[in-house]
Design a protein around this ligand. Sequence first.
Ligand SMILES: C[S@@+](CC[C@H](N)C(=O)[O-])C[C@H]1O[C@@H](n2cnc3c(N)ncnc32)[C@H](O)[C@@H]1O
Length: 280
Amino acid sequence: MAPLDAVLGWDEDSNAEAYSAFTRDFPMYSATSRDLAHRARLADSRLVVDLCGGAGATAEAILALAPATARVLSLDAAAAMQRVGRRTVSDPRLTWVTAPAEDLAAHIDMGSADAVVCNSAIWKTDVPRVFAAVRRVLRPGGRLVFNIGGGFAGVRHPEEEAARGTLSLNSLIHQIATRDHGYAPPVAEPVPPKLSLAALTAHLAVAGMNVLDTEVVAQHGTMAEKRAWLSIPLFARPEGDFTHAQRMRILADAYALTTPQTPTVTSWLVVTAQRPGEER
Ligand SMILES: C[S@@+](CC[C@H](N)C(=O)[O-])C[C@H]1O[C@@H](n2cnc3c(N)ncnc32)[C@H](O)[C@@H]1O
């Protein structure tokens, strides 16, 4: 079974529509997907898995780099995300499978995948089980490429470090929610990263995969992009007992205090792993 929160929210049509519109209007998910697909070395691929593929932004990046004869399987547990994907990404090489990532090995043959790409999702899964399933489906030498938001991995790119202390939309949201809406922010306690590189490396080793490369990358955006991202129901803030409409009012008030084109930067840990064996 996938962790309980894996599909909650993602399987809502309104969230899926808003998410997909965001991936089309702003470059964040297409840019991170292109980066991962590039690292997966797809030039000679025959079968590529887009793991936790959602509405298909990552599948599009994979399809752009895979040969005309390759097959791409996009697997996600949320049917609502894939309904939008089926409508917006059309390519005869692409197949959609609605299933938890943990069950990947039930959907393709052992050792048949040249690469597995997972954009912006691995930390939402049962990682040891997913890595074991990925190891089963990868051919010898096949690659697993994924990324993790810097906060979850406990890493920060120097550019994000340099921007610390500047007013973020998130902090404005929390200030306004506290001042005008009776929000009581939880006491901030230092929490260890959910999925550090050391933990990831250990999970990969247990599954029988090696780390080939890791990199902390900076993803650049704007305040306007951040506002659009925070309008997706699943990402809207603050947490707690607010309706989406209330959150959107707080967001509008917070955004009014910013300048739309102000640059923003977020950090990502990108990991390229491999099933040991001969590279093709
Ligand atoms: C942020 S979206 C990323 C989608 C796509 N890779 C992209 O870059 O646009 C995260 C996706 O992970 C999926 N997901 C989360 N946990 C999952 C799990 N355990 N099994 C399958 N899908 C999962 C969600 O349903 C959602 O579609």
